[in-house]
Every structure is written in structure tokens, then in C-alpha cells.
Write a protein that binds this ligand. Structure first.
Ligand code: 6PG
Length: 233
């Protein structure tokens, strides 16, 4: 379940190799991307060293969560992904399924749910992503399911509204059942700042059940944690 690497770049490479392996085994692969800062090193690596390894016409990009901001906003996970990956690879525009962060949030949660449901195959009665790329927040959140909104882990909708507890910023997030229904759920976490929460989760210690990331458990897929040495202390 844990794949440990020396450096953040080695960790990104470990995931990139996993991503490429699954891509070669499939005709069309859907991946839900995480946001924040950790994926930047992965996206840069994919753009710089893997872009010719992938047939991007057979990759469908989605987001596991997105801030409710315009696509030009520095806070936008879509903008971050464009800057570090999409602008550098030859992927059809129709394969990029961005959350319309500029839209009214409740309406966008419904629209994005419908986009996912109409494009992805179903398994266990729910849309199924091939890969679910997740980050780990300092408070144990993942996607935009925060500790004060644990009900999103069981929400029956495909997408819902999460709220950053510090900033109050609204986010569109995939809900727990959709995340857990993916074939390959992959956490990518690096740096010593994540080590404590990861240790609590893996050792079922202290307040681990208060962390949404502790409740990510695949229905019938795999759960992998791609960690560098710093995050695995
Ligand atoms: C987001 C992310 C979020 C992120 C964690 C870790 O929109 O912010 O999807 O879940 O993965 O907060 O963020 P860092 O990678 O910046 O530590």
C-alpha cells in the first residue's frame, strides 16, 4: 500500500510510471487530478519527461476538487494544471473536463456530476474513475472533504460543495463514494509536514478517524500511497 521514494521527484516518477502502466493497459483512461502544490512536480515531470510516452488522446482529465474561482485565478487547480501540464502536451480540448469554477457553486456541482455520470462507465452503481489522484491536507483533508464536513464521505451525490475551514472558500469536490469507487486510488504526499498524519492513519492512532483521508477505502480497487522519505517518518 505504501510506495516510498527518496525525493519528491522520485515519488512523482513512481506515480508517473504507475499512471503510464495503467494507460498502456487501457484503451481510454480517466483520471481525477488533485490540486494544491504537491502535484506541480508530477505535472512538470509528465510534461518534461513523459509526454511522448503517453497517447494523450486516450486520457480523460477530470478534477477531484476545484476551488470556486475563475479558471484564470491563481487559486484555480485547473490553472495550475494548465500552467504545469496541459499547456505543454498535445491533449484534445474535449478530453479536459474542467470544473467551471466561475459558475454558481450549487449549479456547478450538479453540472459537473452530470458531466462525470454521462462520460464515465458505472461500477457498483456509481461512475468509476480509473485513477483517483489525491493529496493530503495538513488537517487530514483530501480532495475538498474537510474534517468539519465528514458527511461528504457518505454523500450520495457525485459532487458536492466543500468549504475550506480557514478561508471559507467554497470548493466543488467529489464525494467519498465516488472517490472510493475508483479502480486505483493514489495518494501523492511528500514532505515532513505530512508525516504525522500519515503515521496516525497507518497506525490507526490518536484522532485518525477525524481525518477524511483515513476514510478513503476502495470498494474493489487498489489504494496506494506514493510517499517520499520525509512523509514516511
Ligand atoms: C486542493 C487539493 C487538496 C490538496 C491538499 C494538499 O484543492 O487544495 O485538492 O486536497 O491535495 O490540500 O495540498 P498540498 O499539495 O498543497 O499540500
Amino acid at each position: 500500500m505504501k510506495r516510498i521514494f527518496d525525493t519528491p521527484k522520485d515519488t512523482a516518477r513512481g506515480f508517473a510510471d504507475h499512471f503510464l502502466k495503467l494507460h498502456k493497459e487501457s484503451d481510454m483512461l480517466s483520471i481525477a487530478l488533485s490540486g494544491g502544490s504537491t502535484p506541480k512536480i508530477l505535472f512538470d515531470l509528465l510534461a518534461d519527461e513523459y509526454q511522448d510516452e503517453f497517447d494523450w488522446s486516450r486520457i480523460q482529465l477530470y478534477w477531484g476538487d476545484e476551488r470556486c474561482v475563475p479558471p484564470t485565478d491563481e487559486q484555480s487547480n485547473y490553472k495550475m494544471t494548465v500552467d504545469h501540464l496541459i499547456s505543454k502536451i498535445n491533449i484534445p480540448e474535449s478530453n479536459v473536463h474542467r470544473v467551471l469554477g466561475e459558475n454558481e457553486s450549487e449549479q456547478e456541482a450538479i453540472r459537473y456530476s452530470e458531466e462525470i455520470t454521462s462520460n464515465l462507465p458505472a461500477a457498483n452503481g456509481l461512475p468509476q474513475f480509473d485513477i483517483m489522484l489525491l493529496g493530503l491536507g495538513g488537517d487530514g483533508h483530501t480532495a475538498s472533504i474537510f474534517p468539519h464536513e465528514m458527511e461528504l464521505l457518505q454523500d450520495e451525490r457525485t459532487c458536492a460543495i466543500g468549504t475550506n475551514p480557514d478561508s471559507g472558500q467554497k470548493r466543488i469536490t467529489l464525494t467519498g463514494p465516488i472517490i472510493n469507487n475508483a479502480k486505483s486510488i493514489c495518494f501523492l504526499a511528500t514532505g515532513s509536514g505530512k508525516a504525522e498524519k500519515i503515521d496516525e492513519i497507518f497506525n490507526k492512532r490518536d484522532r485518525y478517524l477525524a481525518y477524511p483521508a483515513a476514510h478513503i477505502s476502495p470498494v474493489d480497487g487498489e489504494l496506494l500511497w506514493f510517499l517520499d522519505q520525509g512523509a514516511n517518518q
